[in-house]
Design a protein around this ligand. Structure first.
Ligand code: ALA
Length: 404
């Protein structure tokens, strides 16, 4: 697969002019020049607010902003009105919990999550225990890091009002088999939120095929800027959901004691939105669609994972987390723990060699507790990674383990 590294200025500006072995794409991806150019063009040539000025600049900005919304909608097979721009995946999920959750859920209603969730798809639902009296159920993980599907099916019942589930674990890379869970949730009348933050950059997502009611992701994990997220809300839910924030740009009419709102998406986008970031995200999606074959990408990343997993097996005292056979077929990240060296120390050591990985619980503490580790080292790949990145990582680990 073509690695397109020449499109990414960061690789020619690496620290101390040493090669950069960037294996932290699950945290954030790098940015292609084409996306940076779109940001620059906005600020340098037509910078203004959206949906307000009737001057030409304002109209141009609004056109670009709404074009970005259409690009996102087309990318996931949604209608533009179903795409809400937020500050990130975290805000997207919080928006659903605040608007839909607090309005609709009653004491005793059940929300089903899983032990794989990132905190951003766990804490907003946990808070509804205190505000709305809901019951939070969690699908357990098995020792190999996959979900216990038998228990999952027993947890989704007529009391379930929402299934809020990740597509791919950010911490250990497990792909969740979503369709059986979504089908069952809908059969009992529950709504479904899918957190695709960790899959959207690596495979094509179709909200209609998934039949998700809500879908959330961040822009910065698919070559877009930070500060932009997407919340897809199925059209039939727009009326029942009140705004979750209030201010300019979202009202139809304001009276002394109440107000009426514009239709979605404006209803959910109070205040000046992340204009540059949305335009940047649109450009990032255009870049990916023009340069990346997603089927090839998945196979390529899986080959990098397989090489890393095989190499780690040869080292002493390494525990690799997650479903290894599956990661070798469709993974893009590998998490592991060294018996005698804390993950933070490993990451710091690697960092000195310009090998960038993430260490910690990866904002998924319930998962770390279930699998019995407090911190892991995570290497996560994208199309610009190469075999050399994997080999540099393995070589550094080999030296570290020998030195201890
Ligand atoms: N959620 C991001 C990660 O998993 C930051 O690293």
């Amino acid at each position: 697969m073509k690695n397109n590294r020449s499109d990414f200025p960061i690789f020619s500006h690496s620290i101390s002019r040493k090669p950069l072995y960037y294996c932290d794409n699950a945290s954030t991806t790098h940015k292609p020049q084409q996306m940076l150019d779109a940001l620059y063009a906005f600020y340098a040539t037509y910078n203004s607010n959206v949906h307000r000025g009737v001057h030409a600049f304002g109209e141009t900005t609004t056109e670009h902003y709404e074009h970005a919304r259409t690009s996102v909608a087309n990318f996931i097979n949604a209608d533009s009105s179903e795409i809400i721009f937020t500050s990130g995946c975290t805000e997207s999920i919080n928006a659903v919990a605040t608007s839909w959750g607090r309005t609709v859920l009653r004491p005793g209603d059940e929300v089903v999550v899983s032990q794989l969730e990132h905190h951003s798809n766990f804490l907003p639902w946990q808070q509804l225990i205190h505000t709305n009296g809901i019951v939070l159920r969690s699908i357990p993980v098995l020792p190999d890091g996959t979900l216990d599907m038998a228990v999952a099916h027993s947890l989704i019942t007529s009391k379930t009002k929402l299934l809020a589930i990740t597509h791919v674990s950010n911490a250990i890379g497990t792909h969740v088999d979503l369709m059986p869970l979504i089908t069952q949730a809908h059969a009992v009348g529950a709504r479904v939120l899918v957190d695709v933050a960790q899959s959207i950059a690596h495979q094509r997502i179709d909200v209609q095929a998934l039949d998700a009611d809500f879908l959330a992701f961040s822009g910065h994990k698919l070559c877009g800027p930070t500060g932009i997220g997407v919340l897809f809300i199925k059209k039939e839910l727009h009326e029942v959901m009140p705004p979750y924030k209030y201010g300019g740009g979202m009202v139809f009419e304001v009276g002394q004691v109440d107000a009426t709102w514009l239709q979605a998406p404006q209803k959910f986008e109070a205040g000046t939105p992340p204009i540059a970031q949305a335009i940047g995200l649109g450009a990032a999606i255009t870049y990916l669609l023009e340069h990346i074959n997603f089927d090839e990408l998945q196979q390529y990343e899986a080959r990098l994972c397989a090489r890393l997993i095989d190499g780690l097996h040869e080292l002493q005292g390494v525990r690799i987390l997650g479903p290894l056979d599956a990661l070798k077929k469709n993974g893009h990240l590998v998490s592991f723990v060294l018996d005698r060296i804390h993950a933070h120390d490993v990451a710091a050591y690697l960092g000195q060699r310009n090998i960038v990985v993430r260490a910690g619980h990866h904002c998924a503490q319930p998962l770390a507790q279930a699998l019995g580790y407090d911190a892991s080292v995570r290497a996560s790949f994208y199309f610009y990674n190469t075999i050399e990145d994997v080999d540099a990582l393995l070589e550094a680990l080999r030296e570290l383990i020998q030195a201890i």
